[in-house]
Design a protein around this ligand. Structure first.
Ligand SMILES: [Cu+2]
Length: 162
């Protein structure tokens, strides 16, 4: 009787352990996938301002992926963010933006792989240097890449990259 109880206990314990493992695995997987997308503060500490950064150089310094987000920060009313076509980017033309963001704090998601062009919509700011392109690659970071560059991507969970 005691042995039989003990067997039942051990079976029951085994079930609980595997359920727990499944739950833990799911949580870990979700955490990895969430951390997988990084947020980059455009221009680093200086943010999105006239003469604040060499934005083209800032952009070249990072490896953007589909799913990552860009954070534009600037004093409200002093700048804007326009996503534009490649031609409008070259011309600094603000006449037909794909997307317009204002207000001082904008998060723009690089939703899919490709090239994105951003300029400031304020007169003279684009030609003054507030313009850059972002190349987002298609594949999400793999677990291996995450571990190889843990200082980069895993830190993206609690903090912002600049
Ligand atoms: Cu501006």
């Amino acid at each position: 009787m005691i042995i039989s109880m003990s067997n039942m206990d051990s079976i029951s314990y085994g079930r609980n352990t595997s359920s727990l493992l499944i739950v833990v695995s799911c949580v870990l997987l979700a955490a990895v996938q969430w951390c997988n997308a990084a947020q980059y503060k455009v221009g680093g500490d200086n943010g999105w301002v006239l003469g604040g950064s060499n934005y083209a150089a800032w952009s070249r310094h990072h490896n953007f992926r589909a799913g990552d987000t860009l954070l534009f920060q600037y004093p409200p009313g002093t700048h804007s963010v326009l996503q534009v076509s490649q031609q409008d980017f070259k011309d600094c033309s603000t006449s037909s933006p794909v997307l317009t963001a204002t207000g001082g704090s904008n998060v723009i998601r690089l939703s899919k792989a490709g090239t994105y062009w951003f300029i400031c919509g304020f007169n003279g700011h684009c030609s003054g240097g507030m313009k850059f392109a972002v190349q987002a690659s298609g594949s999400a970071a793999t677990a291996q890449e995450l571990s190889e560059s843990s200082d980069h991507y895993l830190n993206a969970c609690p903090t912002q990259l600049s």
